[in-house]
Ligand binder design. Structure first.
Ligand SMILES: Nc1ncnc2c1ncn2[C@@H]1O[C@H](COP(=O)(O)OP(=O)(O)OP(=O)(O)O)[C@@H](O)[C@H]1O
Ligand SMILES: [Mg+2]
Length: 236
């Protein structure tokens, strides 16, 4: 059975054996997917994290990238989506994200480049940063610099997510995880392996949770493991 076939509770008060009435509505959690480099898997990660979370929570995906890739991906088959999607390139609207929305979780896809006004607006409102990167040493080196200069000073919880990992050769990913660990940079234990399924599901306008095709189960399972780790971080 897939790790997220039996979703663990996102907010423990909602699912605990002896339910307690919350005195306040649950706080919206905001996760942003960030890496200054282009083409590293930000949008793929944002859409699929939103889709996996949406199996057990109310989710809003905000596309802050003016390229609009997440919007393009998800707006062609809207009726089958289990989460809402909004384009969100307006800086003031980004600043108001938390107060203007009621969902349990907001996932923010961000544009490449670290200097944008959009990113400057996103960082202060988020609770957690997912930093996707392929495991190649040059990509890791750039991300390490970003973590040092931008992410650590922000004080926001974060983990590096190794993406586009060759399933036939996990060595590079393991080396990358070791390098990050030695530098004290948190990384997900889960990897996102490289499968054509990710490209094809995007082309067909479906998140990996709904796409049916070769290696779709493996590709979905990778994102389920990532979501499980984020939930554990929030529960601890
Ligand atoms: N795990 C994966 N396996 C195979 N292909 C992948 C995987 N993740 C992403 N891709 C592909 O890599 C390309 C870039 O991915 P994506 O658009 O998610 O990156 P991005 O960081 O959002 O790019 P940009 O910076 O341009 O917004 C896409 O064609 C996508 O389908
Ligand atoms: Mg993108």
């Amino acid at each position: 059975m897939l790790p997220c076939a039996n979703p663990s509770p996102f907010f423990s008060w909602q699912f605990s054996a002896v339910p307690k009435l919350p005195s306040q509505p649950p706080k919206t959690k905001i996760v942003a997917v960030l890496n200054g480099k282009g083409g590293v898997g930000k949008t793929t990660t944002a859409v699929n994290l939103a889709a996996v979370y949406a199996e057990s929570s109310q989710v809003l995906l905000i596309d802050t990238d003016p390229q609009g890739s997440a919007t393009w991906w998800t707006q062609r088959k809207t009726n089958s989506l289990k989460f809402q999607v909004q384009s969100g390139t307006n800086v003031q609207k980004i600043k108001d994200l938390r107060t203007a929305n009621q969902q349990n979780l907001i996932v923010v896809d961000t544009p490449p480049g670290l200097e944008s006004e959009i990113l400057q607006a996103v960082i202060p409102v988020v609770d957690y940063l997912v930093l996707p990167t392929p495991p190649a040493p040059m990509e890791i080196a750039v991300l390490i610099e970003t973590v040092r200069t931008l992410v650590k000073p922000s004080g926001i919880a974060h983990r590096v997510l190794l993406t586009r990992v060759d399933p036939r050769s996990l060595r590079e990913a393991l080396d990358a995880q070791n390098t990050l660990m030695e530098l004290g940079i948190p990384a997900f234990h889960a990897f996102v392996r490289s499968y054509k399924a990710h490209e094809r599901s995007a082309l067909e306008g479906q998140p990996i949770t709904q796409w049916k095709g070769k290696y779709s189960k493996e590709a979905k399972a990778d994102y389920c493991r990532v979501v499980d780790e984020i939930k554990r971080d929030w529960e601890s």
